[in-house]
Design a protein around this ligand. Structure first.
Ligand code: MTE
Length: 325
């Protein structure tokens, strides 16, 4: 049983989704259920050397994966630049100004470019209802709005030498390349109080970044992304622990070497580069076999790759996921 798209999306997103499906049909897809997704541009497949995804239905299982309330999604947050207390982030993040806002996409690309956020908001936006699993052992189901990262990377033309994508969060005083960004501290605190180094940085292997499930989110529940969830633009990689989903992005650089990542710098024994959701590899200080879905009382089993094995397992073929965790 699949949820009807009209039930899970607001009108604007729904229309965009219909356009998206129309484009899919033009590209030769049979959208039999009216919800079938297909990767649209064959050139991009070559670029990433990964499999096509047919009949991709992003909505989690109805009955088992109900959407978490907006109230919970926006009041139980990890955003250490503002506070290490989950319930204090929302109020503190009110100070974040999200205009002007530019994102540079540079490094090993043929056409490095600075994008204004309003330009990115004009990309085709889709609703993606994803499970979201934090390394701490809690989870939610989030109705994101956004676009696949590959739609952006395609415009800058990655060079064949590029193997990784490095991401950076906005942080006062560390403007990467004179981007137009808000002035002042925006309510962000020093890394000394948070126990990690800022600016927050993250990374993906390029084939992970180009995977159609990896998105840059611009909204939640059909509305603009709230500050506490990483406005105006945040990464969402649903098969990885939540800390990979870096917030308030200002830079994406393609590199040949694996880039440093914030939690790996803080504690490499506990947080690896890959950080794929994996119930069989425990955190050194707690089990990852189960999770607490916010809004529920009984813990549930954690799924391999957070339930997205069918779509992403082949990215890791031949790897020992205990060693490369
Ligand atoms: N990005 C930045 N810049 N700073 C952060 O502290 N926390 C991460 C991730 N992205 C974090 C971040 C962690 S640990 C999690 S679980 C998710 O954001 C939480 O996202 P949410 O608040 O939207 O649920």
């Amino acid at each position: 049983m699949k949820i009807k798209s009209s039930e899970i999306t607001d009108e604007k997103t729904y229309l965009n989704r219909r356009n998206f499906l129309k484009a899919g049909a033009l590209a030769g897809t049979v959208a039999a259920t009216g919800l079938a997704y297909r990767w649209l541009n064959p050139a991009k497949i070559e670029l990433a050397a990964r499999k096509d995804i047919e009949n991709f239905e992003p909505a989690p299982e109805p009955g088992r994966d109900e959407k978490t309330s907006l109230e919970d999604i926006t009041n139980y947050n990890n955003y250490y630049e503002f506070s290490t207390s989950k319930t204090a982030v929302a109020a503190a993040a009110v100070s974040l100004k999200t205009r002007p806002w530019e994102i540079t996409v540079d490094g090993l690309v043929a056409k490095p470019r600075v994008f204004g956020i309003d330009e990115l908001l004009k990309f085709d936006q889709e609703e993606r209802i994803y499970r979201f699993r934090c390394v701490e052992g809690w989870s939610m189901v989030m109705p994101w709005v956004g676009f696949p990262i590959n739609a952006l990377l395609d415009r800058v033309e990655p060079l064949s030498k590029a193997k990784y994508a490095a991401f950076q969060t906005f942080y006062p005083g560390s403007n990467p390349v004179n981007l137009k960004l808000p002035e002042g501290d925006n309510g962000m605190q020093s890394g000394i109080f948070a126990g990690i180094r800022f600016p927050y940085v993250e990374g993906l292997r390029l084939d992970e970044a180009l995977h159609p499930l990896a998105i840059l989110a611009t909204g939640l529940y059909g509305k603009e992304l709230p500050n506490q969830n990483g406005a105006p633009l945040r990464l969402v990689v649903p098969w990885k622990y939540g800390f990979k989903s870096i917030k308030s992005v200002v830079r994406i650089s393609l590199t040949e070497e694996q880039p440093p990542t914030t939690w790996n710098i803080a504690n490499s024994r506990e947080y690896g580069f890959y950080s794929n959701v994996n119930p069989n590899v425990d955190h050194p200080r707690w089990s990852q076999a189960t999770e607490r879905r916010i809004g529920e009382l009984v813990r549930r089993k954690t799924l391999m790759f957070n339930g997205y094995s069918e779509e992403v397992a082949d990215l890791y073929e031949g790897m020992d996921l205990r060693k490369e965790f």
